[in-house]
Design a binder for this molecule. Structure first.
Ligand SMILES: [Zn+2]
Length: 211
C-alpha cells in the first residue's frame, strides 16, 4: 500500500468518526427534547394555572378580634355601648342591598356594588349605640378606631369601620389580604383573655386617645 492510500484512509476514518460523533450528539439532543415534550404531558396543567381565588364566607377572625377586644371596649369606657349591626355580607346579600332603591323598591342602602365592599371580604363592621343609636360623637369614635388600626367609612358612611391596610378593593377581590392586626396594648390582650372590662386607667396606661 502506498503512503498516499494510507493517508486517504486515515482521513476517511477521521471523517467517519466526526460524522458518528455528530450523529450521536444529534440523537441525544432529539431524545432529550422528546423526553421533555412527553414529560410536559404528565405534569398536571394546574401547575401553570393561577389558583382560583377563594370566596370568603365569614368575617375575618383577626379583624373581628380587633373590633371586640380594642374598638368596642375602648368605646365602652367613653360611654358608647356599641353593637355590630352588620359584619360579613355575601356577594348575594350585597347584590340584594345594592339593588335596593335601584332596580328594587326601597331606598338606597349601599353605594358599593357586589364585591366592592369590604363587608364581602370579612374586613368591615357597621356599628350603632345600643341606646343612643346613631347619636354618637363620631369624631371621637373615629379616633378610637384609628387607635385600634381601623379605618372609618368617612362622612358618607359614619357607622362603617374597616381594615384594608393600604389595599384597594380590587386587590381584595384578587385574593390579597392585609397583614394581621395586633392589639395596641398588652393590657388590652389580658382584659380580653380574662373577659374583664377595660378601665380608664387601662386606657391611660395604653396611651389610648383621651377625651
Ligand atoms: Zn359598612
Amino acid at each position: 500500500m502506498r503512503m498516499d492510500d494510507i493517508s486517504i484512509n486515515r482521513r476517511n476514518f477521521r471523517n467517519r468518526r466526526r460524522t458518528s460523533k455528530y450523529f450521536i450528539f444529534t440523537l441525544i439532543t432529539v431524545l432529550f427534547t422528546c423526553m421533555l415534550v412527553s414529560l410536559s404531558f404528565f405534569i398536571p396543567s394546574t401547575t401553570f394555572v393561577r389558583k382560583p381565588v377563594s370566596i370568603p364566607t365569614a368575617e375575618n377572625q383577626n379583624f373581628l378580634n380587633q373590633v371586640t377586644d380594642c374598638f368596642l371596649p375602648t368605646a365602652a369606657v367613653y360611654g358608647y355601648h356599641l353593637r355590630i349591626t352588620a359584619a360579613f355580607r355575601s356577594i348575594a346579600e350585597q347584590t340584594q342591598i345594592y339593588n335596593s332603591g335601584r332596580t328594587e323598591d326601597g331606598h338606597i342602602v349601599s353605594e358599593a356594588p357586589p364585591g366592592h365592599s369590604l363587608h364581602n371580604y370579612g374586613y368591615a363592621v357597621d356599628v350603632a349605640d345600643r341606646i343612643k343609636a346613631y347619636n354618637i360623637n363620631w369624631t371621637r369614635l373615629v379616633k378610637i378606631a384609628m387607635y385600634c388600626s381601623l379605618e372609618s367609612g368617612g362622612v358618607g358612611d359614619l357607622p362603617h369601620f374597616e381594615y384594608r391596610g393600604g389595599l384597594t378593593t380590587d386587590q381584595f377581590a384578587a385574593g390579597m389580604r392585609p397583614p394581621p392586626l395586633t392589639l395596641p396594648c398588652a393590657i388590652m390582650a389580658n382584659r380580653a383573655a380574662t373577659s374583664t372590662p377595660l378601665t380608664l386607667k387601662d386606657l391611660n396606661a395604653c396611651a389610648a386617645p383621651k377625651f
